[in-house]
Design a protein around this ligand. Structure first.
Ligand code: MN
Length: 726
């Protein structure tokens, strides 16, 4: 068990302790030559921290790296007057405490040698191998960015590319920046402010994206102190007043502890103080701080399932604040973070926020990609973690999804100012969402992304031909904003005649989409002219959602509660193994009898029923959700032994032969057309309504899919009101 797991309550950012270590390291470094056969005293702390995470680590390579770094930096001083070697040592200690691997630590000890001493890259390669050499080279290049022209876009862009292949370079860079920020006091105020701003704009968002919470929070506090000294002082005064007072969280923690003990759940319950910036944010939000606002309860357990057991007990024995409940275990954040978040009402109405996670989740929450160690090693922990999150966004810790995207679009942005502006905008977005593709894949997008962004993320330049989208199975305009967990399907024109409209830029949040659209429009100036500013002959997405397109919070027809459907007398009803729970037929797969079906309890206690082969079922199972048994009340009763009559509405973009192709699709599915109406086109859109006779209701989903596959058709749904009765 790692030190982090053994003593998880200890915050990694302990500035006091770090300073003491540093002084000690400085003295030790001055003590002169190191004996060959034992570990140099100066790296004792590093070795100890590293062993706690990796008990079998080979420490001789660290020893050799230290000896080379110490001898080559000898005589150099930091601005503070300390021997230079204290800096790489401190950086390496930060990484070792976070659980970084031996290779990263070796490179970290050497990270300034090539830049500042006689040591050459070839020498590093000869003595420590290609991997260490690659990491040192990457950090050396990044160093020039920060201390040369901090915000020079072209340089930063090159550096990003140089390090993009390996996030370990960024891990070292972040620890390097943290130590430099800790020791910034010796610099002139203007220089402090300049470095603090770059830290705020680039390094902190990077730390967030790499999931290195421990570094992120300390960097935030250091930047806060430099850029907002008065606010910082005010916050510090609030925190020290709270520290002197009786902490109401202590009492709540005690009763949570005894509740869990009585329930037989083994768990550690800790109080985690918020960092300064967090307290400042809460105060900004609430106006006034309550005693329970200064920290959060952290409940640590052994297994994933225990997290839900703890949650159950808390929600039973305390009054929960349901709006605060978030499940980041079933749906981890883009940066690997997993936890259950909730809040309970303590004595006297005080609300306490609670985080529930396993020890492993805690390690990842604190150290992010640093905790993953060597991304190339297939050790058990890493492999288990990777397979646990099955989507591509998290599968490769050396290239998280956002980094891959960054690298992709930097190639298409020819103008480095645009690149810099979009990079900063991209980093400023504080979270990502995951949307599901209908082919089973996923897309990671920034919060607020629209269908336009999804189109370019999925199809690249082919997205120029996008004519519409379906979100969660329903027609949506391309400007529709996507939410975490949405399923999106993009509809592309069959021919190559269409192009993006300038209005798409209003909905494009991702650099990839913005750059692609701007590039296309620049190459087609004729399309930016005229009353519609779009290419006149191109099919355009509907300006307004179609009549039955999703409105916020409107429930799609297929997702109607079971009782309502039953009252209509025609729709099938489902019995589930959760008596009394409201039942819904899922909108994503529209089950009809006699489809094989499975239910899942969703938030609020309702059971949503999917077809067995719906991708949502596989996803739910993958994340460990328990299926609820579901069966049709009357599998034959709906369709009966007689045939089935149904009314379908097909919405399409007008084109020649559309009617012929639709009726052919219907005939191929062995359905007979009882009646058909075609509404006159409006804005190039056509609505066909067919009343059809099917030999068997089971053929209905297939028929609807076949009709949707007809080029130009963007939605097929069952009519709300049947136009004919059986
Ligand atoms: Mn450095």
């Amino acid at each position: 068990m790692s030190a982090e797991a053994a003593n998880p309550g200890a915050p990694l950012r302990k500035r006091g302790r770090a300073r003491i270590d540093l002084r000690r390291l400085g003295r030790v470094a001055l003590l002169g030559p190191v004996s060959r056969d034992r570990l140099p005293d100066a790296i004792g702390h590093v070795a100890e921290a590293h062993r706690a995470h990796c008990p079998d680590a080979d420490l001789t390579v660290l020893s050799r790296a230290y000896v080379l770094a110490e001898s080559s930096h000898r005589g150099q001083m930091r601005k503070s007057g300390e021997p230079y070697i204290t800096h790489p040592l401190a950086v390496t200690l930060i990484l070792a405490e976070l659980g970084a691997g031996t290779t990263t630590l070796t490179a970290s000890l050497l990270h300034d040698t090539v830049e500042d001493t006689e040591v050459t890259l070839d020498q590093v390669r000869e003595e420590f191998g290609d991997e260490v050499c690659y990491l040192v080279d990457g950090v050396t290049k990044l160093e020039k960015v920060d201390y040369g022209a901090a915000a020079e876009p072209e340089t930063f862009r090159k550096m990003l590319v140089a390090t993009g292949n390996d996030v370990r370079v960024m891990s070292i860079k972040l620890a390097d920046r943290l130590h430099n920020m800790r020791t910034l006091g010796v610099m002139r105020p203007e220089k402090q402010a300049r470095i603090a701003k770059v830290t705020r704009d680039v390094l902190i968002p990077l730390a967030e994206r790499l999931g290195v919470q421990a570094l992120k929070t300390e960097l935030e506090d250091l930047v806060f102190a430099i850029l907002h000294p008065e606010e910082y002082e005010r916050t510090r005064a609030l925190i020290s007043a709270w520290e002197d007072a009786q902490d109401p969280l202590t009492e709540i923690a005690d009763s949570v502890r005894s509740t869990l003990r009585e329930a037989g759940i083994s768990a550690e319950v800790l109080i985690r103080p918020r960092h300064f910036v967090s307290v400042h944010r809460v105060r900004g939000k609430r106006g006034e701080m309550r005693g329970t606002d200064f920290g959060r309860l952290l409940v640590l357990v052994g297994e994933d399932a225990d997290c839900y057991a703890v949650l159950g007990e808390l929600h039973t024995c305390f009054t929960p604040v349901i709006s605060e409940f978030k499940d980041f275990i079933a749906a981890p954040k883009f940066n690997l973070y997993q936890s259950l978040h909730t809040a309970v009402v303590g004595p006297e109405g005080a609300v306490a926020e609670v985080l529930i996670r396993t020890h492993r989740m805690h390690k990842v929450a604190e150290a992010g990609v640093v905790a993953l160690g060597n991304p190339y090693a297939q050790d058990a922990t890493t492999a288990a973690h990777q397979t646990e999150s099955s989507d591509g966004e998290r599968a490769d810790p050396t290239r998280p999804g956002w980094l891959s995207r960054l690298l992709d679009w930097q190639e298409s942005a020819t103008d480095s100012d645009t690149f810099w502006a979009t990079l900063r905008a991209d980093l400023a977005q504080d979270r990502e969402i995951t949307v599901f593709r209908t082919d089973g894949g996923t897309l990671g997008l920034p919060a607020g992304a629209s269908c336009v962004d999804a189109a370019y993320a999925q199809y690249g330049d082919e997205a120029h031909g996008c004519i519409g989208a379906r979100v969660n199975g329903r027609l949506a305009t391309l400007g529709t904003a996507l939410n975490d967990g949405d399923t999106v399907q993009l509809l592309l024109a069959q021919d190559a005649s269409s192009g993006p409209s300038p209005e798409w830029l209003d909905h494009a949040r991702t650099p990839a989409a913005r750059i692609a659209i701007t590039t296309w429009l620049d190459a087609h100036p004729e399309c930016v002219q005229g009353p519609h500013r779009g290419r006149p002959d191109a099919p355009r997405p509907p300006a307004q959602p179609a009549e039955d397109a999703p409105r916020p919070h409107a429930r799609p027809a297929e997702d109607a509660p079971n009782s309502r459907a039953g009252a209509a007398g025609r729709a099938p009803t489902v019995a589930v193994g959760a008596p009394g729970a409201p039942v819904r037929l899922a909108g994503c797969c529209t089950p009809v009898p006699p489809d094989g079906i499975t239910g899942f309890t969703v938030r609020g206690g309702a059971v949503t029923v999917h077809r067995e082969e719906c991708p949502a079922v596989a996803r739910m199972r993958e994340v460990g959700r328990t299926a609820v048994e579901a069966r049709w009340n009357d599998p034959d009763g709906w369709s009966g032994t007689a045939d089935c009559r149904v009314t379908l509405v097909a919405e399409s973009f007008g084109r020649p032969r559309l009617l012929a192709d639709l009726t052919e699709a219907i005939a191929t599915a062995e359905a007979a057309i009882v009646s058909a109406t075609v509404e006159p086109p409006s804005e190039q859109r056509v609505r066909h309504t067919y009343t059809l006779q099917l030999p068997d209701a089971a053929g209905l989903p297939g028929l609807m899919r076949a009709m949707r596959d007809v080029p130009g058709v963007y939605d097929v749904s069952r009519a709300q009101q049947p136009t004919a009765t059986r």
